[in-house]
Write a protein that binds this ligand. Sequence first.
Ligand code: ADP
Ligand code: ASP
Ligand code: MG
Length: 412
Amino acid sequence: MPLLVVKFGGTSVGSLDKIRRAAKRVGVEVARGYDVIVIVSAMSGKTNELVNWVGETSPLFDAREYDAVVSSGENVTAGLMALTLQEMDVPARSWQGWQVPVMTTSAHSAARIEDIPTENLNAKFDEGMRVAVVAGFQGISPEGRITTLGRGGSDTTAVAFAAAFGAERCDIYTDVDGVYTTDPRISEKARKLDKIAFEEMLELASLGAKVLQTRSVELAMRYKVKLRVLSSFDEQTETSGTYVCDEEEIMESNAVSGVAYSRDEAKMTLISVADRPGIAAAIFGPLADAGVNVDMIVQNISEEGRTDMTFSCPTDQVLRAEKALQGAKAEGSINYHDLVADQDVAKVSVVGIGMRSHAGVAAQMFHALHAEGINIKVITTSEIKISVLIDRKYMELAVQALHDAFELEKSA
Ligand code: ADP
Ligand code: ASP
Ligand code: MG
């Protein structure tokens, strides 16, 4: 039988009523003749609560136990969804990650899926099971411990199952009816896109648009999974939502297709480090070893052999970064006068494959920010994106100003 993978995010399974509504959607696909793998998230708010409980119990927690606790929210929804489907006379069974098994690396709290053997589920489909409800976000390490895939990881579970089982499509049901030109919660002018290119979605996701986890987009691109984002609350047809697809299928030709933001950024500046060959390696080596995800980097102009080095990283990694740099200073591999952390910054980015062929996008972006009196602290660019670090209090304003400046409310 043809197979679909459908994923329901936290708000789509946030109550028993919502689980019933989601189950009805699955029932429609079963009635159409599909076998379905349903990937479920924890009920909305549950994962945050579990993460907080871990932090309160043990500030420097053991990551294996973090995963044991934090993965549990999905187990509850998987069981409840299977029961709801059974009540509707749909032959359904729940599966936790280890039962499938979803085999991952042992990088706890940020594990990668390595393999999803299809035998166990396929044997049950052959016996008449029509729906496998799989707990998203979790897997099992080579050591036999429960792992999780990083926040938002159920998206990645869904795409990985679609790839492993050769599903006809992977539908991601969420609380918005597709991918927008920017977060519709920030700009009322945000416009829903019918299609978005993999490359653009990948950039938007990695720059903060949490509608899809970055890794899920990478997998969909690599394994050519037909991926769609749509609302679990509205009536849906084959053309609802947003399809994430190859560039060639996109007709729009705007220079910019979307604006993304990331609230949780910090800017760290090392004041007065020696400007000598190897200094960048001496600074960023220990940061990498400490697991700090450095994003933007700027080295200032050097004066009398000394320079300031600025970089950005997620706010929750500031302590780790400070510890690593103080350690390197104590060892004598680097020397600096001061280390200043600015935690009140945010990153705003514009993304578009059209940038490859349009000149002047950066100038237009900087002009729009200037017109609102917003100061830019750090800039980085790549082929299809430009990012700036600004004061966090201007983040919403910057997103709206850029959305206006690039006329994203209009389709090209
Ligand atoms: P789920 O719980 O279903 O996984 P998420 O909260 O992870 O849902 O992702 C959906 C949210 O992503 C939306 O509610 C929206 O606020 C946010 N979002 C950010 N950027 C975008 C965008 N460009 N298009 C659509 N949604 C976006
Ligand atoms: N429940 C997990 C989270 O909140 C995974 C997910 O919903 O995708 O991050
Ligand atoms: Mg999500």
